[in-house]
Design a protein around this ligand. Structure first.
Ligand code: TPW
Ligand code: MG
Length: 555
């Protein structure tokens, strides 16, 4: 594989390892970093600050660092970066990295580590678990490539291969920097090209796919997150238009192709709209682009989609008609098909979006809130002032978000971890410099909601809606009648002021409408709006989802 050095070799001499890593990150697409220092990571943090190569943001708890970096990467469609210390720091971030791996997010994990000169003294070093490489072994399971720098000659190449793996596979990678090497001289990290495209495989695959699509009576394009990860949304939109294909997203892919005139809606199996379900499940040629074959995407479909008969393009390969093309770069595949497919004669078909479920028209009255009226209030605000990027946590807030108009959304739709919403929202704001909307349940807010305290320092101003039902309601829906799902009344909104934001509590539609309008008018600070919901009051989407899962598990 060819490589070119960045920058020129004369500049290489002036580099330290720390600086080379930072320049490499930037060259491979990182735009900022998130972290929490610790003594093993202090030398690298010093380089981060003194070099000024990338802006950095510190948060309070490592899971949040991972979620924020993951969300920033998802928004950019390129590398997110999390910098932590050895042991207590890195191991605290395991769940967030697992989420990024499962959901194919390109997250670079950088951990400080004991210095080379400290190893082999026969002493246990603080933060060490069992052996000096225990941490690396743990991260092997959560990342697609790992590098522990021990030799400064090898380092530039090792780092380049690591960052290229992150970029090309869109999965997390793990880099360990011994603290006594960070300030040592090191060459620049070379820029490695993406893996070569095997044109023969790609064009044969493109031809076969096109002939299947042409022969079909009701082809459908189902899109998933990989399309965003590899920056292919525009290409997919052009392809859908060229072939006049209806486009449906998976649950995880919600938010993709929001601008495309071919977009119809989101497939949620039995939990979603029946017209979309019918269209997807009876399609005689379902082209699945970049979708995860996972239970949240397909598990509530009574297995009505026979994935062996559909065309599945993901993970750099395409499967159809009981055979597989491998490797297939998705961008090249789409470009080939576009080049081969003539423009359809006549007027293009007109596709009408179909909502997951009807939302009520907002009546700003004294009725108690329910998830439907929260969504109606939000939708009204979006209709008047434009869409905001959304970060959602797991819980009914995510199912409710399916009722909003399609727009940019980051959420742990497959891995389903709680605690993602607030830090992810901060990551979104750092990445795209737009005010985000954060949707979060009270249970999830108890995990990472405190990170809002960083808004004042960084000038962030998210609008946060807490679905405050004093309950782990999603679990209660699956398993009614248990008292361990009860949560206490934490009055989160009262803390907002102490943290440099504004708080409000709303019990009715009219109160929420007011609070949201004031939040939208005030861009100076974050707004934390507690939406009080009675236990048992859930969105129709969650109700259908739980009923479908129950029905299926009964067989
Ligand atoms: C890190 C298990 C899935 S949903 C849920 C739990 C505990 C309740 C969520 O309560 P919340 O939202 O946030 O108040 P709502 O709408 O249901 O009331 N630990 C982690 N992740 C998951 N998914 C769980 C436990 C879980
Ligand atoms: Mg709750």
């Amino acid at each position: 594989m060819e490589s070119s050095s960045l920058p020129s070799s004369s500049a290489q001499e002036a580099y330290t390892l720390g600086r080379a890593v930072l320049q490499g990150l930037k060259a491979y697409g990182a735009r900022e970093l998130f972290g929490i220092p610790g003594d093993f990571a202090l030398p690298f943090f010093a380089e981060i600050e003194s070099s000024g190569v990338l802006p950095w943001y510190t948060l309070s708890h490592e899971p949040s660092v991972g979620f924020a970096a993951d969300a920033a990467g998802r928004m950019h469609g390129s590398l997110g970066v999390a910098v932590v210390t050895y042991g207590a720091g890195a191991l605290n971030m395991v769940n967030a990295v697992a989420c990024a791996f499962a959901e194919k997010s390109p997250l670079v994990v950088i951990s400080g580590a004991p210095g080379m000169s400290e190893r082999g003294r026969g002493l246990l070093l603080h933060h060490q678990v069992k052996a000096i490489n225990s941490q690396q072994i743990i991260f092997e399971e959560l990342t697609c490539a790992q590098a522990i720098i021990s030799d400064l000659e090898q380092a530039p190449r090792q780092i380049a291969e690591l960052l290229a793996a992150c970029r090309d596979q869109s999965r997390p990678v793990y880099l360990e920097l011994p603290r006594d090497l960070v300030g040592k001289a090191c060459g620049a990290v070379p820029m490695l090209p993406p893996p070569p495209v095997d044109q023969e495989v790609v064009s044969a695959c493109a031809e076969e796919t096109l002939s299947e699509l042409k022969a079909a009576c009701n082809p459908v394009l189902l899109v998933g997150v990989e399309v965003r990860r590899f920056g292919l949304e525009d290409l997919v939109a052009s392809f859908a238009e060229r072939l006049d294909l209806p486009v449906v997203t998976t649950f995880m892919g919600r938010g993709l192709l929001a601008e495309s005139p071919n977009l119809i809606g989101t497939y949620l199996g039995m939990a979603g709209n029946s017209e979309i379900r019918e269209m997807v499940e009876t399609s005689d040629c379902l082209l699945m682009l970049g979708v995860l074959i996972a239970d949240t995407n397909f598990g509530v479909s009574e297995r009505a989609i026979d994935v062996r008969r559909a065309i599945l393009a993901c993970d750099q390969r395409v499967e159809l008609n009981f055979h597989r093309y491998d490797p297939v770069d998705m961008g090249a595949y789409l470009e080939n098909m576009l080049a081969l497919a003539p423009k359809a004669p006549g007027k293009p078909r007109c596709f009408t979006p179909i909502p997951v479920a009807e939302i009520p028209t907002l009546v700003a009255d004294d009725q108690p809130l329910d998830p439907g009226s929260i969504i109606a209030t939000l939708q009204k605000a979006f209709d008047e002032g434009g869409l905001m990027p959304i970060a959602s946590d797991m819980g009914d807030c995510l199912f409710s978000a399916m009722l909003l108009e399609h727009g940019p959304l980051v959420a742990p739709g497959y891995y389903a971890t709680m605690g993602f919403g607030v830090p992810a929202g901060l990551g979104v704001q750092a990445a795209v410099k737009q005010r985000p909307l954060i949707l979060v349940g009270d249970g999830a807010f108890q995990m990472t909601g405190w990170e809002l305290g960083h808004c004042r320092k960084y000038g962030w101003n998210p609008i946060v809606l807490v679905f405050d039902n004093h309950s782990w309601e999603m679990l209660r829906t699956f398993q009614p009648g248990k008292s361990y799902h009860d949560l206490d009344d934490w009055q989160f909104h009262r803390l907002a002021e102490l943290w440099g934001g504004r708080g409000a509590i709303c019990r009715t539609n009219a109160e929420l409408d007011d609070a949201l309008q004031s939040a939208l008018k005030d861009e100076e600070q974050f707004h934390l709006i507690t939406c009080r919901l009675e236990r048992g009051v859930i969105s129709p989407v969650l109700r259908n989802f739980v009923d479908s899962v129950r029905k299926l598990s009964r067989g």
